[in-house]
Design a protein around this ligand. Sequence first.
Ligand SMILES: Nc1ncnc2c1ncn2[C@@H]1O[C@H](COP(=O)(O)OP(=O)(O)OP(=O)(O)O)[C@@H](O)[C@H]1O
Ligand SMILES: [Mg+2]
Length: 334
Amino acid sequence: MADRLYIGIDLGTYQSTIASSAGTIHTIETVVGRPKDPVARNMLGRDVLFGADALKHKMSCDLFRPMAKGVTQDDEASLGAAKAFMTHLIETVDPEEYDEVVGVVCSPSHVSFTDKSNLVATLRGQVNAIMVVSEPFATAYGIGEFHGTIVVDIGAGTTDIARLYGTFPSDEDQISLAEAGDWLDEHLMTLIRKKYTGAQVTKDMVRRWKEAHSYVGGEVKEVLVDLSVEGKQQRVDIGDLIAQACGAIVPLIGNGIKRIIAGADPEYQETFRQNIILSGGGSLIGGVADRLAAEISDIGNVAVRCVDEPIDKVALGAVALAQDMPEDMFTSIE
Ligand SMILES: Nc1ncnc2c1ncn2[C@@H]1O[C@H](COP(=O)(O)OP(=O)(O)OP(=O)(O)O)[C@@H](O)[C@H]1O
Ligand SMILES: [Mg+2]
């Protein structure tokens, strides 16, 4: 039996990823399903479902998104769902083969301090010690670029922007914007309903279309999708609306970046302008780095780029931190 397993957890609003020092990595949608009634329970043959499995059975389950915005983390059902989800996520990396599990967790930035004690409660019995860090910091640490870097994590619930001077960022070095993937989905849904009156679309449909075709800048593309208008099937072009929705988030993120640079030590500002890194699922929007660079070009010469494989980066950085940091940085969980 090996003595210690290190894990890094990216607990996301939309999806969560776990990486371990044994080299495994898994991503699961942050959703928990409980069978609605005994009939559903017997049909499904289990008491709790996770991720894609829960979504597949959404009509026979009550669905919980335990990290979603506005969730009262103190309500019994959400806390129970969070705990069940965390247990399931950690079980995917075989913790039972180790004496001890030490983890670094990145929780959504809107999860407040009280929620952090709930976070600890959800980990009790599974992890021996934890440290909580922000997503931009974990990403930057993982790719070895945390000295003179601005990291912008465009997630589902929030866009988190941090300036990094080569140390742990303080609260003043980070901001969190409410405009991210979910906001974009809402915006796109509104545009579709406005243009195609009576269109019956769900947030999940809109998100899938966005993920498959997102882009900003350049020529308007044709994006044909099938939707129902009052029960009648219709094929429509939403290419212009996708560009419009994706374009709408750019100035908001641009302003956030400008604010974080303006508030930085003046001797670092030039370095920051040259090292702006985008991560999170939102960084997959086609052309977003160039559009953002153009958006903030009024502050001088800027360089904006995207990390590779943004979905894995937070958890990989977190597991690297778990392995590198001294023990006194961790809070033990009795
Ligand atoms: N190709 C794509 N184009 C645009 N958006 C995308 C693409 N792929 C994924 N996304 C969006 O990225 C978001 C998920 O990103 P990520 O996994 O970083 O979020 P999260 O960690 O769950 O959320 P948060 O960090 O806010 O808690 C979703 O809104 C998803 O629709
Ligand atoms: Mg995230």
